[in-house]
Design a protein around this ligand. Structure first.
Ligand SMILES: Nc1ncnc2c1ncn2[C@@H]1O[C@H](COP(=O)(O)OP(=O)(O)O)[C@@H](O)[C@H]1O
Ligand SMILES: [Mg+2]
Length: 450
């Protein structure tokens, strides 16, 4: 050890006893050595002890010091290199970690499901935008805070606390929440599962919320439709069966026989309509309807519609009027499709109008003379504002107006689809209690476009 090689008292004597400076060559050599060793202590290794040609103990000491300096230098350089490597590795790991985190964030952001990651205590680690929107929170405000302090929705909190307090790996639950922006109800499928690290230690939990409102609505509509269709089929069928049984088993007068057969005919027509609607819709939906566009005379078509619905009109004592200017040009339409559009709209007008009401079908050239604007006006129940967009949806029927009135809710979606296939537009104006006007446009037939 240094103290043994240069005893401390002597060391003091050499360096600090300034009143008695020793000029002896030995002392000078030793002082030089001390300077070099001190420099080494400060991290300067550039200088080595110059050996004399005396080959004495001091030179031996010098050789030892030089070897030691070499050794220290090598070690220091090795350590420096290792540190540089370690630093590089650390930097790479940090970059990788950052990239991983960015990738995770980007993935979480691109997912339309709401995602929330919490640690095992319930503190929020990650929130994606979809989650922010669902609960009206901002990630900057909630990250690092406890869920109980940030989320107000009782159901989601219940799901989280149950997960945190029980050992179960995951829970799935349906949650109904109120969207703060639109103030509408949303149905969510909430799934919460544990997050583990590579060593298998539980780190927290991830909550994934999928918005299943549309699926639920579709399911509800489908179920409602199936029960509606079954009902619609069963009612005319049992009526037909009843009258056929009577005709077969009971002797009836000629006038009664005619009456019964008429009812049977009517009910068969109803059944036929339902099946036709269903088939039409499935054909339109699967894109199997091919329309044949040709010049069509509007007045003739309206007359055909009138003769089809005459029976219904007179039974309800409705007035029915057709208004078409004689100068109206031919339109470019598919004859069957146009008939279907008109029959559907006129049938609705008849169905949703009280006895002795008025129905008027009008066709006129629209301002730019590029199309003919049709209107089907009734003095019926009318449609409340909130249903004006809904009625175009498949199977949608307004409970109040369609109550006890047969139908499938397929007419208007079919009509809309057909009008749009003609490059036309369709819309409705209505006043509850006063009546409705359904409008649609069909392009005029021009030779050039033929
Ligand atoms: N002219 C109308 N007046 C009042 N309500 C109407 C009229 N036309 C349609 N509706 C409403 O729109 C709903 C959907 O119409 P639609 O698709 O033709 O089905 P459906 O005639 O089978 O009921 C109807 O059930 C009714 O509630
Ligand atoms: Mg209808």
């Amino acid at each position: 050890m240094a103290k043994e090689i240069i005893p401390s008292d002597k060391f003091k004597e050499i360096t600090y006893n300034k009143e008695n400076p020793l000029r002896d060559e030995t002392i000078i050599r030793l002082n030089k050595m001390i300077e070099i060793v001190m420099n080494v202590a400060k991290g300067i290794y550039s200088e080595q002890v110059q050996l004399s040609d005396k080959n004495d103990e001091i030179d031996a000491l010098g050789i030892g010091i030089n070897m030691m300096i070499d050794d220290i230098k090598k070690n220091v350089e090795r350590i420096k290199k290792e540190k540089i490597n370690l630093d590089k590795q650390e930097k790479r790991r940090t970059i990788e970690l950052k990239e991983e985190r960015n990738k995770f964030h980007a993935t979480a952001e691109s997912i339309s499901d709401g995602i929330l990651v919490i640690d095992f205590k319930g503190n929020i680690l990650i929130v994606n935008s979809a989650f922010e929107r669902l609960f009206g929170i901002k990630k900057e405000q909630v990250t690092g805070r406890h869920v109980l302090d940030c989320l107000e929705d009782v159901k989601i909190l219940d799901l989280i606390t149950r997960k945190l307090t029980t050992g179960h790996e995951y829970y799935t639950e349906e949650l109904i929440i109120t969207d703060r922006v639109t103030n509408t109800e949303k149905i969510l499928n909430g799934r919460i599962s544990s997050v583990f690290n590579q060593a298998g230690k539980k780190l927290g939990a991830v909550i994934v919320l999928r918005n299943i409102t549309k699926e639920k609505e579709a399911e509800r509509i489908k179920n409602e439709f199936v029960s509606n269709v079954s009902h619609e089929i069963r009612t005319p069928l049992s009526s037909i069966k009843g009258f056929v049984d009577t005709l077969l088993m009971v002797k009836v007068s000629e006038s009664e026989r005619k009456k019964f057969l008429n009812i049977i005919k009517q009910e068969s027509n109803r059944l036929n309509q339902l099946i036709t609607d269903l088939l039409d819709l499935s054909r339109i939906e699967s894109g199997r309807v091919e329309l044949k566009f040709e010049p069509v005379d509007v007045f003739q078509k309206l007359e055909a519609v009138k003769s089809e619905i005459l029976g219904k009109i007179s039974r309800k004592k409705l007035s029915f009027e057709i208004k078409v200017p004689a100068s109206l040009p031919l339109i470019k339409a598919d004859k069957n499709a146009l008939f279907q559009i008109l029959i559907n709209l006129v049938s609705n007008a008849i169905k949703f109008t009280e006895k002795e009401g008025k129905i008027c079908v009008k066709a006129e050239l629209c301002n730019k003379k590029e199309c003919v604007k049709f209107s089907v006006r009734d003095t019926g129940y009318g449609i409340e504002k909130q249903y004006l967009t809904k009625i175009w949806e498949k199977f949608y029927r307004i409970e109040t107006s369609s109550h006890k009135i047969p139908g499938t809710g397929l007419g208007l979606p079919i009509v809309k689809d057909l009008v749009e296939k003609h490059n036309g537009k369709i819309w409705v104006n209505s006043k509850p209690g006063k009546g409705s006007v359904f409008y649609f446009t069909i392009p005029v037939f021009t030779e050039r476009k033929k």
